[in-house]
Design a protein around this ligand. Structure first.
Ligand code: GLU
Length: 355
């Protein structure tokens, strides 16, 4: 199997801002075992900011962006050096991939990023991926590394994404509440609104809400997603060899996965250059099981300035997002056709993702 393993800052760093060498070496041990079993591993590792904190006391108070840039610049090399040494102990070679959301925005950049990581895998090099926090602009950052790991899993057609954090999985209520129970399996389409608390823990940016959203999207891509606790001894190997013995939540993969281009579109909503609102009839047709394209007659208004090939958001008559698609004509060509019968689709079914 091709497995993306995402490890959160809380697993990789100690409260004093130093790398958690015990947890890291245990993870590397386990990844080496998985490699020996024939699996291909991509590691998405957070912890740069958290590990930079322990290394320096800034000369003056820094704003959030400056602090993130400073700490990540220091913490990332500490982490990667440690990984390099630990993996070398097993004769394994790692490569560092520092990426930004822009690298997923255009199809060309996305395919380029994909090609790079596939070449690493072909050469038995383990990609160790993180966001380039020194350069990412706040508005264009990944929500957190859960989102990054989901995009990587989808981009590489992974079989499985394992998200290791500091909780055992998704609970029926707040994990600290004794009446909450761990949900072992979540099937596609299950309503999780009652299970998610806004609380987020520790040093990372993510929380359970984003984890669930990402897990859902990635499992819709036909990829099994597991959320488990990263500091449980032997967690990774147990999840693969003796899953019934360790607590975790599995999001079961959709039996009808999306095509690769639809996956990219599904994960691209934040790059949308424009918005179209549709009428009730078009909204119902798009949401049906039929293969329906978005035609000019169904559109009631358009906003934004987009070119052919850009991503646009599709809104229901009430203004809620119902999907995203890759426009097959520019906003300038679309506007005069709004509400008119006939003509080419504004978004063809093959390039449409309905939520
Ligand atoms: N890229 C951040 C880091 O390495 C982590 C982001 C997150 O917490 O998800 O520190």
């Amino acid at each position: 199997m091709r497995i993306v393993v995402k490890v959160g800052s809380n697993v990789l760093s100690r409260p004093d801002g130093m790398p958690n060498v015990t947890n890291m070496s245990s993870l590397v041990d386990q990844i080496a075992t998985l490699r020996d079993l024939g699996h291909e591993i991509i590691l998405v590792s957070s912890g740069a900011v958290a590990c930079g904190r322990g290394a320096i006391t800034p000369s003056r108070q820094l704003d959030t962006v400056a602090a993130r840039q400073l700490y990540s610049s220091i913490g990332q090399i500490r982490l990667i050096n440690l990984y390099d040494r630990l993996f070398a102990g097993y004769g394994m070679v790692i490569g560092q991939v520092l990426t930004q959301k822009e690298n997923f925005a255009s199809r060309t950049a996305y395919l380029n990023q994909r090609a790079c990581m596939l070449t690493m895998l072909d050469n038995a090099v383990i990609p160790v991926v993180n966001e380039n926090d020194t350069a990412s602009l706040t508005e264009l950052m990944f929500t957190d590394n859960d989102e990054l790991s989901g995009m990587v899993a989808s981009m590489l057609d992974a079989d499985m994404l394992i998200i290791l954090s500091n909780v055992d999985g998704i609970f029926t209520g707040p994990p600290a509440d004794p009446s909450s129970r761990l949900i072992p399996e979540i099937e596609p389409g299950r309503d999780l609104s009652g299970c998610i608390t806004a609380a987020k823990s520790g040093f990372g940016r993510g929380g359970m809400g984003t984890k669930c959203g990402i897990a859902r999207k990635v499992s819709d891509d036909g990829i099994t997603v597991i959320i488990a606790r990263g500091d449980r001894p032997g967690i990774l190997t147990s999840l693969l060899l003796r899953p019934s013995e360790v607590p975790h939540t599995t999001f079961l993969p959709s039996p009808q996965p999306l095509s690769n281009i639809k996956r990219w579109i599904a994960h691209s909503s934040s790059f949308a250059k424009g918005v179209v609102r549709v009428n009730h009839r078009a909204a119902a047709a798009l949401r049906s099981d039929r293969a329906v394209s978005l035609l000019p007659i169904g559109i009631t208004s358009a906003e934004g300035d987009w070119e052919e090939g850009d991503i646009i958001t599709i809104l229901s008559p009430e203004g809620t997002a119902i999907g995203v698609g890759r426009a097959s004509m520019s906003s300038a060509d679309t506007t005069p056709l709004i509400g008119h019968r006939g003509g080419r689709p504004v978004v063809h079914y093959d390039y449409l993702y309905i939520e």
